[in-house]
Write a protein that binds this ligand. Sequence first.
Ligand code: ADP
Ligand code: TYD
Length: 207
Amino acid sequence: MASVFISFEGIDGSGKSTQARRLADELRRLGHGVTLTREPGGSAGAEDIRRLVLEGAGDRWSAETEILLFTAARRDHLEKTIRPALARGDVVITDRFADSTRIFQGITRGDLSATVDTLHALMIGVEPDLTLLIDLDPAAGLARAAARAGSEMRFEEMGLAFQTLARAGFLALAARHARFRVIDGARAPDAVAADVLRATLAALQAR
Ligand code: ADP
Ligand code: TYD
């Protein structure tokens, strides 16, 4: 079967992880080979970098340093997990990819878009075939994220204004690139999952 590269994007608490898991289960049920992975992380080295970027004080890293750390993690994830899985013919589903860096590091704390894009072109150079943007009001996202609070709270703690900018940034990015499908995340998980599956099967058929 054709390999396809799918990413989930959205603000914290929008339901990406829940939907990525459900989509992976459903595609396996339909007989596809599936690799379900996530960023930051998805390979041993990138999971080490995950701990550095998600734990500790909000001001631990500047946005510029974060760009380097997230891109380093992504490069390892691409080399060790994503490319081998696509070569096997798997559907690869990743919970976040480069659009997260474009938004969280590129626009939420000053305009670093050119730096993000240059480093992406140098070190990553690929985009998903399909990006599912789970859109949700930031206050609802933060409430959901707070309910499952743990040690990985650096970005949630940057607050509502930060997540509001991120939501608008994701929607603007979606309007510019044909690979995006925007899915209303403010509904019951079953309704969101039905839209996710419909968009994915359409993309698989188109290949
Ligand atoms: P994300 O990966 O985008 O941060 P999660 O899938 O981890 O989001 O969901 C965040 C929290 O919200 C979890 O506790 C999850 O069970 C819950 N949740 C996920 N989807 C929905 C939904 N459609 N409606 C209500 N709660 C949800
Ligand atoms: P994630 O584990 O997806 O958190 P959540 O489930 O709460 O959405 O991602 C952790 C945080 O990392 C999230 O706040 C977004 C941030 N992040 C970036 O800032 N840049 C990136 O490139 C990536 C991949 C994530």
